[in-house]
Design a protein around this ligand. Structure first.
Ligand code: G
Ligand code: G
Ligand code: MN
Ligand code: NA
Length: 254
């Protein structure tokens, strides 16, 4: 209960930070976008990872106002970054299950876009398979509404849920993000390598982009390039970082 009180206060006072992890277009070596990852800096100076408070925010409903703040802040930050760039960056924001079920989700997204001036096609929303498993038709309907706005949808942690291929075919999503657990042991575990290979082929067959998460080594990078994986993300490319640091990173990466 104490943590909940603290979290509620932090949400009301908007005391969170966003870190951004660059996403690399593998074929060109260019940074094409960033994923926004929320952090909670606490009074004692420690930084809480989302694993430590997103579940509580979900349970308490605080994820709704928090998620609204995250979306708006991420859009605003990327608008600021793009003012200094030739090729605009895209921004990916994680959506939680509770947010996905909100009646006014479309309204909330529209508001963030309108208030920040971010072009809709530069926004990507990351969903997880588990969000789509309850009422599949309802989930497809919600995804279609979001797609109708002109943004991009991706399935995060792909391969760890239970979505069947027959559903996947019906989901109006643009990208599959291979879960980092499959990328981690790519070099040693032939089964993981086979799964990554299969997801790359699946994406190609279904006309979806494939993003590999958790790339930590050159060997993993080379393997993914050979499979024509579209996009890479991971410590090998860059860690999640505060906005100011991202600006430096982007300046050096051009
Ligand atoms: O870096 P990392 O510790 O940032 O993130 C841990 C987990 O928390 C990941 O599963 C990630 O998807 C989730 N997460 C990070 N930021 C957000 C956010 O802004 N909203 C939601 N719903 N989940 C997030
Ligand atoms: O579930 P989601 O994919 O949104 O969460 C991303 C999480 O993965 C964040 O916690 C982020 O900090 C973490 N992450 C990103 N790149 C790497 C990596 O190369 N290695 C590891 N171990 N974690 C990573
Ligand atoms: Mn994600
Ligand atoms: Na993931």
């Amino acid at each position: 209960v104490r943590l909940e009180t603290e979290l509620r206060r932090a949400v009301m006072q908007e005391r969170f930070q966003l870190h951004y992890q660059p996403k690399l277009e593998i074929a060109t070596g260019e940074i094409e976008g960033v994923e926004a990852l929320v952090r909670w800096p606490r009074r004692d100076g420690r930084m809480f990872s989302p694993d430590a408070f997103i579940p509580l925010a979900e349970e308490t409903g605080l994820i709704v106002p928090l998620g609204r703040w995250i979306l708006k802040q991420a859009c605003a930050d990327v608008v600021a970054i793009n003012a200094q760039r030739v090729r605009p960056l895209r921004v990916a924001v994680n959506l939680s299950a509770k947010q996905f079920q909100q009646e006014d989700l479309e309204q909330m997204v529209l508001e963030a876009l309108e208030e920040t001036g971010l072009e809709t096609q530069l926004l990507e929303l990351e969903l997880t398979e588990s969000m789509m498993m309850g009422d599949v038709d309802e989930a497809i309907n919600t995804m279609s509404i979001l797609k109708g706005l002109g943004l991009t949808l991706s399935i995060d942690d792909f391969g760890t849920g239970y979505s069947s291929l027959s559903y996947l075919k019906r989901f109006p999503v643009d990208a599959l993000k291979i879960d980092q657990s499959f990328v981690r042991d790519l070099e040693r575990d032939s089964e993981d390598a086979a799964i990554v290979h299969a997801v790359c082929n699946l994406g190609e067959s279904l006309g979806m982009k494939v993003v590999a998460e958790g790339i930590e080594t050159q060997l993993q990078m080379d393997f993914l390039r050979q499979l024509n994986c579209d996009t890479g993300q991971g410590y090998f490319i860059a860690r999640p970082m505060p906005l100011a640091q991202l600006q430096d990173f982007l300046a050096q990466h051009q």
